[in-house]
Ligand binder design. Sequence first.
Ligand code: PLP
Length: 390
Amino acid sequence: MSFDDKIAEQVKRIPRSGIRDFFELVLGRDDVISLGVGEPDFASPWHIREAAIYSLEKGETSYTSNLGLEKLRKSISLYVREQFEVDYDPLKEVLVTVGVSEALDLACRALLNPGDEVVYHEPCYVSYDPSIALAHGVPVAVSTRPEDNFEVKAEEIEKKLNSKSKILILNFPTNPTGAVMTKKELHDIADLCISRDLIVITDEIYSELVYEDDYKHVSIASLPEMKSRSILLHGFSKAYAMTGFRLGYSCAPPEITEAMMKIHQYSMLCAPITSQVAAIEALENGSKAVEKMRLEYMSRRDYMVNQFNEMGLSCHLPGGAFYAFPDIRETGLSSKDFATGLLNSENVAAVPGDAFGVSGEGFLRCCYATDINLIKSAMNGFVRFVESIK
Ligand code: PLP
């Protein structure tokens, strides 16, 4: 049977994730050091796992409210007030989702009509473009550059706007560049969103993982007049090392939360109760574990970035997340050829930058949420490979 006319057009049009394509080459090879997967090498803190186990022992195996457990939504609301300085009503403005991945999909589907345009900064997380396209929207990328530390400027966004522009997606700290934004720059973007009547989806999944002493994460949703036009997405995967729990949330005005919840109730019904119970424990008692992991990532970041610069691969210092994004253009190789050569000759896997959009070409994403001894061996492999292609 031919499936060509069976698969939906918008699905046929989206590519498979470049990360996945590359990592199929690595599958089944246990001799490879991988800097490729964007997840913590730590297991979730023990007290969080214990809360999940205890919940199962008590027989808490039911559905929850579509919005999520009320106790969790209240904890989220408190946490968001402290961390982001924005107040959300836990009964009407918080929706618990299956990771930020689901929340992003819901936000796009709740807001987009066919042909609506969504602007986002690139290189970016692999899901933005397909999530927009699957919701029948039109993805519009704004390139960011190492000279600007991969920050996005309001004037660059403005150049991409027209009467069809509806949403701006922001992600700071950024996957894959580790970029962070100052309050002043966010103010400029907020002014633009207000004057051009844009909704902002702000993916702040790495907000706890920032490293410079004089830097404090600021959410665009906390700026004047921005709460009513923002959808703040956050989750437990990165800071709490809870990727497998698949838990995230959105905070948004009641009308948007209601629209997202309608899709969620028919597609997902609710997030898993065990994960929701674990998330309450994470929010109530997880801050020490997060801080310990953050400090560890910071020393790995410093080591890795220093190594790249010493071997002649220029690498800006990422202010957050857990990725280094070295520039390999001087070598004359494409991202894919560099990554493939490195894998074949040194058994080290890093993600070609073009997996994160065309403006990622010429770079590699290297995740430093990886054991320091493995990072050290990987860096030796990089040095040998760079020497070998000179
Ligand atoms: N947003 C960004 C920027 C990410 O990097 C990731 C995962 O890598 C996600 C969202 C997905 O997170 P979750 O595990 O909560 O679905």
